[in-house]
Design a protein around this ligand. Structure first.
Ligand code: PLP
Length: 481
């Protein structure tokens, strides 16, 4: 007789299912510090999930066992200390525990009515984060799925402001009859900002990036010329606090001056760079952020909260309400005394992302997070020193924050195309090898590595492996040619 595992009839499996997953989770975490970031057979393991929708289910325990047994090798150990690809953090013990609880409690963080716990903790998380980032207490904020959606929120507020300057409520009436939105930025602008412009109907191509060199440093004089040419028409300026190749910053204070002088909205993408403001030694890099109109960062990067987690802060929250409020007789009234977060963000039903954020801030406090950030800054300097001390490695940029941009450059090999090809091949073998994990980028037209240090577990031993593995794989590539 076929099994029909109606969840109601198999409710008793809940306890055993959670215990099984807890065991497997502990097994995963026990080896996370030293495990290969990518397992051999990862592709095959991922491919092994195939087949049609089953007519009759296996039941929770069997399904979870299949998920674990087929899936673990396909999972990248990105929460571990040797993952340096992109800019991705892990989950602190407090954040991970709270994230599990978030799934169990399954709260809808739409409003106080749907969850007083989620709504209250979101207000507190926003206030604590503003404190950590030294943002004005009067600003509002909201949690999002990540930096892309946080950029969406900040730039949605900018779009509304811009429309109002033209006498139009864009959220209500759209863009009909309005001129294109002038968006000015530098070469560091992250593609998620321009993706957001596409989503907002402003248009990806509206952004004009003014760079003064091949790596993308912003040309503020050209930005000023462009602003002047607008003759007082409102504009949006996007600044980068932490770009992905070398962790550099736009001069935000200067851009705030320009925005103020020419009547622009200043949006700052600080997906990871905003964390510089939490520590004395790096704070100056992001000077002027407090003068912006919207600022964003990610929780799943340097706060080390599990996916997905981002935050948007805006000077004038009423603009968000104009864009995102949904009204219906059964929903919270506009005069609800509590913050109705679904009316400040793109999602309506929302995961209670505040729980892990609150938990990690409560568990480690300002000082714990400062210690972690300072450790990462020191590790980046340590890595740079090791690169500098190695004949066949070449550092391509100053280390401003937590990213070290370098390449393999053997003595006597100076042909640009061959160097690029060599580094590209080494980058591919680093990812295949899996002992450490970081890919390549193009920095000033040169193929380069850009490991980013953001994980709370990372130590000097892990960072040293970057140099050791790169050199070993470089030697192998060179021997092959
Ligand atoms: C500067 C910057 N902005 C935005 C993003 C997009 O973040 P998310 O993937 O969380 O949407 C990233 C991701 O690396 C980033 O580094």
């Amino acid at each position: 007789m076929p099994r029909v595992p109606d969840p109601l009839l198999t409710k008793h499996e809940t306890e055993e299912a959670l215990a099984f997953i807890a065991d497997e989770a502990l097994r995963f975490l026990a080896t996370l510090d030293t495990d290969r970031v990518r397992h051999d057979g990862a592709d095959e393991a991922a491919e092994s999930f195939s087949g049609p929708l089953p007519e009759d289910g296996d039941g929770a325990l069997e399904a979870l066992a299949t998920l674990v047994h087929q899936g673990m090798d396909a999972a990248i150990r990105s929460p571990g200390p040797r993952f340096f690809h992109w800019v991705m953090g892990g989950g602190t013990p407090a954040a991970l525990g709270a994230d599990w609880l978030t799934a169990v409690l399954d709260q809808n963080a739409a409003s106080w009515a749907s969850s007083p716990l989620a709504a209250r903790l979101e207000s507190i998380a926003i206030a604590w984060l503003k404190d950590l980032f030294r943002l004005p207490t009067t600003w509002g904020g909201v949690l999002t799925t990540g930096a892309t959606m946080a950029n969406f929120v900040g730039l949605a507020a900018a779009r509304q402001w811009w429309g109002e300057r033209h006498g139009v409520d864009v959220a209500a009436q759209g863009f009909a009859g309005l001129p294109p939105v002038p968006v000015l930025t530098g070469g560091y602008v992250h593609p998620s900002d321009t993706k957001t412009l596409a989503m907002l109907g402003i248009g990806r191509d509206s952004a004009r990036a003014f760079s003064r060199d091949a790596v993308g440093r912003i040309d503020t004089e050209a930005v000023e010329d462009a602003l002047r040419a607008l003759h007082g028409a409102p504009s949006i300026v996007i600044a980068s606090a932490g770009e992905v190749n070398a962790g550099d910053f736009d001069p935000i204070d200067e851009l705030a001056d320009l925005a103020e002088r020419y009547g622009g909205w200043l949006h700052v993408d600080g997906a990871f760079g905003l964390f510089a403001r939490a520590v004395e030694s790096a704070r100056d890099l992001a000077r002027g952020v407090e003068r912006a109109h919207s600022v964003i960062a990610d929780g799943h990067k340097w706060l080390n909260v599990p996916y997905d987690s981002g935050f948007a802060f805006v000077r004038d929250t009423s603009l968000l309400a104009k864009v995102f409020t949904l009204t219906a007789a059964y929903l919270p009234a506009p005069d609800d005394p509590h913050s109705v977060f679904m009316n400040l963000s793109p999602e309506s039903s929302r995961r209670a992302r505040a729980l892990p954020i609150w938990a990690t801030l409560r568990a480690y406090g300002r000082r714990g997070h400062q210690t972690m950030i300072e450790r990462h800054l020191a590790l980046a300097k340590h890595l740079a020193a090791r690169v500098d001390a190695t004949d066949d490695l070449e550092r391509l940029a100053d280390v401003k924050l937590n990213i070290v941009c370098f390449r393999v450059h053997p003595r006597g090999l100076d042909d640009a195309a061959r160097l690029d090809e060599l580094n590209r091949r080494i980058g591919e073998s680093v990812l295949r090898d899996g002992r450490v994990y970081f890919g390549t980028t193009s920095y000033g037209g040169r193929v380069a590595f850009r490991p980013a240090i953001v994980n709370w577990r990372t130590t000097e031993r892990d960072v040293d492996l970057i140099v050791d593995v790169t050199r070993e794989l470089a030697a192998r590539e060179l021997a092959r040619t």
